[in-house]
Design a protein around this ligand. Structure first.
Ligand code: ADP
Length: 528
């Protein structure tokens, strides 16, 4: 309100100052004094009135009253100023800008009255005086119309801008939401994602790939760039030249699929399958690439284990089968041979056939989900003695001593055949993974609830990396696989299942080069 009123107030005060200097007698004119006082009163009203509590259009009284101010001032200074009517432009602009067409109409009416009323009471008008009442209101009306058109166009521009602004804001919110969705998706998928621009600079990298990179970062490397990473070829040992790194290939514009690489050093190396796709800009030029890394370590390991298993099982079958076929051939080819000798050959063939049968049973137990257990009251000391007796011959032939420290009866409810299977497996492993001069010791003890036994050897031992994996089906440690020690990686898996089927547990501890201890704990079961 004050801003709209001030131009008139300031202009009128300037007129007053000029009048005071040029024609001081005008200041005594009652009409002029009324005009200045009314103008000051209206200005004070603009400041003091509670406009926000009053109806929206109540401001209109001020510009309308301004017409009265101008009418009196114009009349009082008619001798000295001919152009004071121009002050009409201020209320006219105000009304046209705020009231639209109604403001234009009021502007016309107000300026016409300002000119016409004094003429009605004054001397009869001359020829130029006839034109004045028409000219000034017409000019003011044109100004009001121009202001109205200008304000309307500004208002409509404003509305358009506001609409655009709202649309932009909505699009921005949507893009933020999409960005959050994308970030969440990228962070929950188990695939590493790395995007680079055409110059090879990082655009985006999800958490999974940051983890992959942390495996491959070299301690003390000067930077954290792609070329600093410890990336190996698929064989796991040949370092990949920086130019062959998946991201470097992708940044060079290559698209590829299932490019196998290994991140990190031997101990916790992961096998990653990388796939890259190039991006293009709207002109079709290369704009960068997205590379996805899937962790296929378990899959690759499973394949290696399967290949190993096939090789081992073939070997395990072949050796006894060759022996059976060989001895049967001898018996058939030499019918006149000493019957005792013949029987000895047949017994060897039989023992190898039993070995094969044992192997097949192991395979069946390993692959079947269920396991028959027929518990009965048994003395663990007795079962240990039986297993030790049957293992003694094999141990002796390898130069390994067996020490049986289980000297007291230990009763429990368990399936004796299955407990024997556990003992046989642990003893046979202890002998198999020992060398001449080593010792295998078997101990047993009880607590109020359980009976336990341990098989300790002083053999080759198991590395800390392999220890958690030894109960996994088909697992054989690297050192064992590279040596000529036979086996298929089924025994400990079966042992664990038997023990757990009895409600017990098995643990292993070992030191490479010093030997291993396997401890089995079984619940005693019902007392009767
Ligand atoms: P297998 O002996 O036929 O390979 P097992 O399931 O019995 O299969 O054993 C799994 C792996 O655990 C073995 O290949 C070997 O690496 C390791 N292992 C088991 N027992 C011993 C032991 N007493 N000493 C050293 N390593 C052992």
């Amino acid at each position: 309100m004050l801003v709209s009123q001030l131009p008139l107030t300031v202009s009128l005060l300037m007129v007053t100052a000029i009048v005071a200097a040029a024609r001081p007698e005008t200041l005594k004119d009652a009409g002029f004094q009324f005009s200045v006082l009314l103008c000051l009163g209206l200005t004070a009203m603009c400041v003091l009135a509670p406009w926000n509590l009053l109806p929206a259009k109540s401001f209109v009284v001020v510009p309308i009253a301004d017409f009265v101010v101008i009418a009196f001032a114009r009349e009082a200074t008619a001798q000295s100023f001919t152009s004071l009517g121009l002050l009409l432009v201020f209320p006219v602009i105000w009304l046209a800008a705020r009231l639209g067409k109604m403001g234009v109409a009021l502007s016309f009416l107000g300026s016409a009255l300002v000119v016409a009323v004094p003429m009605m009471f004054g001397p009869s008008p001359g020829a130029t005086d006839v034109a004045r009442p028409i000219l000034l209101p017409s000019i003011m009306t044109v100004i009001a119309l121009a202001i109205h058109v200008l304000v309307s166009s500004i208002v409509s521009q404003d509305a358009k801008l506001e609409h655009k602004d709202a649309e932009l804001r909505r699009a921005y919110e949507e893009s933020l939401e999409r960005q959050r969705l994308l970030d969440t998706m990228l962070d929950i998928v188990g695939v590493g994602v790395h995007a680079v621009d055409a110059a090879g600079n990082d655009i985006l990298m999800n958490q999974q790939h940051r983890r992959n990179r942390s495996l491959a970062s070299r301690p003390g490397a000067p930077g954290s760039g792609e070329q600093e990473l410890n990336i190996m070829a698929s064989d796991g040992t040949t370092p990949l030249p920086p130019g062959r790194h998946p991201v470097a290939r992708a940044a060079a514009g290559q698209s590829f699929s299932d490019y196998l690489i290994r991140f990190g050093s031997q101990a916790n190396q992961r096998v990653l399958s990388s796939t890259a796709r190039a991006m293009t800009d709207k002109e079709g030029n290369f704009a960068g690439s997205v590379v996805a890394f899937s962790d296929v370590t378990e899959f690759v390991n499973a394949l290696a284990i399967k290949d190993d298993f096939v090789a081992n099982i073939s070997h395990e079958f072949r050796t006894p089968l060759m022996s059976i076929v060989g001895y049967l051939d001898i018996v058939l080819d030499t019918p006149d041979e000493d019957p005792e000798q013949q029987e000895a050959f047949l017994r060897i063939a039989q023992s190898n056939a039993e070995k094969l049968l044992g192997l097949v049973s192991d395979l069946l137990s390993a692959s079947s989900d269920s396991m028959d257990v027929h518990p009965q009251k048994v003395d663990l000391q007795n079962l240990i003695a039986m297993s030790v007796a049957s293992a003694r011959h094999r141990a002796g032939s390898r130069g390994v001593e067996i020490v049986n420290d289980a000297r007291q009866p230990l009763w429990l409810t368990a399936d004796p055949g299955r407990v024997n299977q556990v003992l046989d497996n642990l003893l046979s492993n202890a002998i198999k993974y020992s060398q001449a001069g080593d010792t295998v010791t078997i101990r047993a003890w009880e607590t109020p609830e359980n009976v336990s036994f341990s098989v300790t050897d002083t053999g080759i031992g198991i590395s800390q990396t392999d220890l958690p994996k030894i109960f996994t089906r088909y697992f054989r440690s690297n050192s064992v696989r590279e040596s000529a020690i036979p086996g298929v990686g089924l025994g400990l898996g079966i042992v664990k299942r038997i023990v757990e089927n009895h409600g017990g547990s098995i643990t292993a501890s070992s030191m490479p080069g010093s030997g291993s201890t396997f401890t089995v704990t079984l619940p005693k079961g019902p007392a009767s």
